[in-house]
Design a protein around this ligand. Sequence first.
Ligand SMILES: [Ca+2]
Length: 227
Amino acid sequence: MSMVIRSSFVALFFLVLSTKYVVASIQVFPTEYQSNWTPGGNSWYVDNGYSGSTVGGLSGGVGELIDGVKGTSITSGYSQWAPYSLIDVGGGSAEITYIYHFDQRYAWESIVQYQYIYHNAAVNQPTSFEVSFSIDGGITYHSSVIRSMSDAENSLIRGTAEYSLLGAATGYHADAIRIVLNQPRRWSATDEVEFVALSVVPEPCSFAMLAGVFSITCAAFFRRRGL
Ligand SMILES: [Ca+2]
């Protein structure tokens, strides 16, 4: 092995060791979500895009809660806000549970849930959320966060509500997250749920340096081999 090749490999080795890493925020999409309710009502504004089973709840698929489409302005009529997931719990309060599964365990930074509110059509805001974290795929949960409504949030009678579910709480580790929405009565309309995790990645300049040294090493190696 020539001096150039040997030196390049040594440089690459030490560069990998000295690569700087930074903590970055990344949006993570669930691989699956499930629910104890099957969205109902008129067919054009339920979770029509759901890819799994809708018998006795939702399981084994993904759908409109994580399709990246959100923020339709509320004018009038349910259908004009579509698509979203609409559930009617009836005249009394009930819990609507969604469990989101991910491809691996993450340290979570934020979870934002978007709801439509329209009191004239009996589409109400929740009284609270409970967010729980699991590291065994949703079999058990090791911790949880209660998210209550503020007076300002409760005063909204028509519009799109954006609820930051974790607030200042960060760093919960989980590969499955359970969100229980406490619905006081009648309709709950969920538009989208966004998950952001903290991830440790090489900083961009380190990527460039690694690529450069790797290229030099490969070029020298193949030139030496006559390839
Ligand atoms: Ca959506």
